[in-house]
Design a protein around this ligand. Structure first.
Ligand SMILES: [Mg+2]
Length: 238
């Protein structure tokens, strides 16, 4: 089954709770990187859902009464990337690709008109490690994605990915040919504010109705039916 689309489309995937789950390992590694960066034991982590790494880190600093500091952020980014690199085996063992994620990415990758990448609050390096561990990276063009290190405000990441894809593929990307896919209302809002259509996947903490009410163009329970994902894209695209 193909969409029969001839013009390039940009599909930008959220990572956590959309394609994969770290199942608790993420916050452990976060705590270790926080300690390395600041010398302070992390007692509490700021809300991570739909946020970018720099904003989570700065909010977590505030929870510990520590003033924002560019040096802390730089050290933290490096430490977190290293923690993920060192804990690849733990991630493989404890985490998982969500059911249907690989099949869906493979199905979409077979569509010649679709360019798939990511739009994630994760750091670029961490995104790469997570996707590589679960062997999902081969379906994605990570070069044209946008990441937490690109801008602390998630909606700003849409234009960054569109511009990267434009430069690489020669086609301008706008709200008319860009779709964000994610599990949280923040992903839907990213599409609305940033200039993209959106598909909600209810495998995170937001349910189908919540994602729909947030303004998603389509909502699916999960990724187990790759034809349903393709059909949803088709509805948004045509
Ligand atoms: Mg997510």
């Amino acid at each position: 089954m193909t969409t029969g689309l001839h013009h390039p489309w940009l599909v930008l995937w959220d990572i956590d709770h959309t394609l994969l789950e770290t199942r608790g390992l993420g916050s452990e590694l976060y705590g270790r990187a926080f300690k390395t960066a600041t010398g302070t034991e992390m007692k509490q982590q700021a809300d991570v859902t739909g946020q970018t790494e720099p904003s989570i880190f700065n909010a977590t600093l505030r929870l510990h009464g520590i003033a924002e500091d560019e040096h802390y952020l730089t050290r933290y980014k490096q430490a977190l990337a290293e923690e993920y690199e060192h804990h690849r085996e733990d991630l493989r063992r404890r985490g998982r690709a969500l059911p249907g994620a690989e099949e869906t990415l493979a199905t979409l990758a077979a569509e010649p008109a679709l360019i798939q990448s990511v739009l994630s609050g994760n750091l670029r390096a961490v995104s790469k490690t997570k996707l590589d561990v679960f062997e999902l990276d081969k379906y994605l063009d990570l070069e044209v994605g946008a990441y937490g290190d690109d801008d602390p405000e998630r909606p700003q990441l849409v234009a960054i990915a569109q511009e990267r894809a434009h430069r690489k593929y020669g086609t301008p990307f706008s709200e008319a040919n860009t779709v964000v896919v994610g599990d949280s209302t923040h992903d839907i809002n990213t599409g609305l504010e940033g200039g993209a259509r959106s598909i909600g996947i209810a495998t995170g903490s937001d349910d189908i109705d919540t994602l729909r009410e947030a303004g998603a163009g389509a909502v699916l329970r999960d990724l187990t039916d790759e034809r349903a994902v393709l059909a949803a894209l088709h509805r948004l695209i045509t």
